[in-house]
Ligand binder design. Structure first.
Ligand code: SAH
Length: 227
C-alpha cells in the first residue's frame, strides 16, 4: 500500500481552520443563516476535495477545477442551494452531479441518507473514496446519467442538481420527488442561468427563482447533448 500524505500537518490544520472560519463568516455576511449548514461548513475540510496544488484556494468563494472540464461549485452557491432545501436531518436526498463530493459530504451531515449520481466514472470513484477517507458512510454514489434520477431509492424528500438543465426540469426528477419534497436546480432561462426551487404539490409543481448562477451543463437524456 502506498502511504498517503495526511490531509494536513498540525500547523496547517490550524491555518485551514482559520480559513474555514473566515469562509463561514463570509457566507453568513452574504445571507446564509441555516445554523446546521454553517456548522457543517465549519467542520468539513474543503481542501480535501481538490488536488493538493489548489489547497490554498479551497476556502475562497471561487469555483475550482476538478478535472474532466468540470468544476467544484463555489461555496456561496452550494450554501444557497442547500439552505433552500431546509433540511432537518431525517431526509433522504438525491444529488445529481457528485463532482468532487464536497456538496455530498455537506448533505451527509445535514440529512439521513444521500444518493448521488455522477456521469463521469472517475469522478464518481474518486469522490466515493474521498468520502470514505474522511469517515462519511451515509453517501452512496453511482456512475450514471442523473437526468434519469435514481428510481431505486425514490421518493426523495429533497433533490439537488449541481449542473444547469436546459429550461425544463427533467421529468424523472419531478416524478422521484416525494409530495411536499423540495428540489434546488439551476435552469437556463432567457439567456441566463438561475437556481430555482421546485416544490412537489399534490396537483403539480411550484417553481420559484432563488438566485442567478453559473454551472457546468447537465449533460444527458433529459439535459444537454454531450459535445
Ligand atoms: N457539487 C459538485 C459539483 C460538481 S460540477 C461539487 O461541488 O464538486 C457538476 C457535476 O455534474 C460534474 O462533475 C458533471 O460531470 C456532473 N454532471 C453533469 N451532467 C450530469 C448528469 N446528467 N448526471 C450526473 N452527473 C452529471
Amino acid at each position: 500500500m502506498t502511504a498517503r500524505r495526511p490531509l494536513a500537518r498540525p500547523a496547517e490544520r490550524t491555518d485551514f481552520q482559520i480559513l474555514r472560519e473566515k469562509m463561514a463568516q463570509g457566507l453568513e455576511a452574504a445571507g446564509i443563516q441555516d445554523r446546521r449548514l454553517l456548522s457543517a461548513i465549519r467542520k468539513l475540510p474543503r481542501h480535501a476535495f481538490v488536488p493538493e496544488p489548489l489547497w490554498s484556494q479551497a476556502y475562497q468563494n471561487a469555483t475550482l477545477p476538478i478535472g474532466f472540464k468540470q468544476t467544484m461549485t463555489q461555496p456561496l452557491t452550494v450554501a444557497v442551494m442547500l439552505q433552500a432545501l431546509k433540511l432537518g436531518g431525517s431526509e433522504r436526498v438525491l444529488e445529481i452531479g457528485t463532482g468532487s463530493g464536497y456538496q455530498a459530504a455537506l448533505l451527509a451531515l445535514l440529512a439521513q441518507a444521500v444518493f448521488s449520481v455522477e456521469r463521469i466514472a472517475e469522478l464518481a470513484r474518486e469522490a466515493q473514496s474521498r468520502l470514505r477517507e474522511i469517515g462519511i458512510i451515509n453517501v452512496t454514489i453511482k456512475n450514471f446519467d442523473g437526468t434519469y434520477g435514481w428510481s431505486e431509492y425514490a421518493p426523495y424528500d429533497a433533490i439537488v442538481v449541481s449542473a444547469t438543465a436546459p429550461a425544463a426540469v427533467p421529468r424523472p426528477l419531478i416524478e422521484q420527488l416525494a409530495p411536499g419534497g423540495r428540489m434546488a436546480i439551476p435552469l437556463a432561462r432567457q439567456g441566463h442561468e438561475e437556481i430555482c426551487l421546485v416544490t412537489r404539490m399534490t396537483d403539480g409543481i411550484d417553481i420559484r427563482p432563488v438566485s442567478r448562477c453559473t454551472f457546468v451543463p447537465l449533460v444527458g437524456r433529459f439535459g444537454y447533448t454531450a459535445g
